[in-house]
Ligand binder design. Sequence first.
Ligand SMILES: C[S@@+](CC[C@H](N)C(=O)[O-])C[C@H]1O[C@@H](n2cnc3c(N)ncnc32)[C@H](O)[C@@H]1O
Length: 338
Amino acid sequence: MTRKKKFEHRVFSDKDGVRFATPEEVARYRAKRLKCNTIADISCGIGGQTIYFAKECEQVYAVEIDPKKIAYARKNCAQLGIENVEFICGDALSPETIDNLPQLDVVFSDPARPASEKMREIKNMQPSIPEVIAAYGTKTYNFAFEAPPKLTPERVPFDCEREYLSLEGKMNRLNLYFGDLKKCEVSAIALPSGARIESKNKMPDIRRSKEPALYAYEPEESVERAGLLAQLAEEIRKQASDTSIFQVDKKRIFLTSAEQIDHCLFKNSYKVLDTLTFDIPSINDYLKKHDFGEILLRAAVDPKEYWNIRNRLEEGIKGNKKAHLFLKDEVAILCEAL
Ligand SMILES: C[S@@+](CC[C@H](N)C(=O)[O-])C[C@H]1O[C@@H](n2cnc3c(N)ncnc32)[C@H](O)[C@@H]1O
């Protein structure tokens, strides 16, 4: 898959600013979800998100503590002819900044976090979530935050919606929504398709199978991270009633069914061709016999051994089809992408 550029237009920034700026696809989606009259983006950096708020909202207040960053944000908005943003350089938590703001429909913050941390902690975000909620309590009760996607649920001790967002098949963002912005406890979304799933009060009970059926589907990472796989399976059962969950290995999990189905929250879809004992010469024979020319190893093998195994599997195969090999214990599951 070719990765899209982070920005379609020219961006004024230093190295840091562009690194921490929100990718356009995410900024566009978030602005649509937070669309309102008056919004404050209180840690706006170089304005990656601010630009999109300006397109959706009547008035935007962009606050940033670093004078260099806010100068870039101003330039980035100006080059696009954006005129509905007021820029405020200062500490978002200081009374001087807050007193200068009107009543707000929404306060958004994508806080700064340490470049590296042993374990991502919500308390290390700057400005921190509890401080923002306390400081802006008289302005609004609708808050949205970006948080590190690696935060486990117990490290998000708030009454908010946790929205896991994947972009082009990879986990990208964790958004937290408070007040009227909260629609459910946890949700998952995949961009650019915009396909979304929300938690319900009762988690459905989905059968787990010991082997894959004829079709296998890898869910978007955001669905797995949100813990909504069973919910997605239930949705799919409307199309294929036998859908079950199949754990391939520690890292990989499939939804699987006898009938072919399609869903925007599938990252990859496969037809399961065969299951064979993981014996390299027999798999190599199989690939020769069935006109394959390439096999991708999608298994927990020692990275140092990857090319050695792959070269042996591919020895003398000359066809034009591509196989995917998953490994469940000692059983090779041979698939072809749909
Ligand atoms: C992750 S960046 C924001 C990126 C931005 N959303 C974008 O898309 O370009 C976080 C920003 O928060 C700013 N910041 C940190 N503490 C702040 C505070 N107390 N008040 C205002 N801004 C703050 C940092 O200077 C940094 O530019």
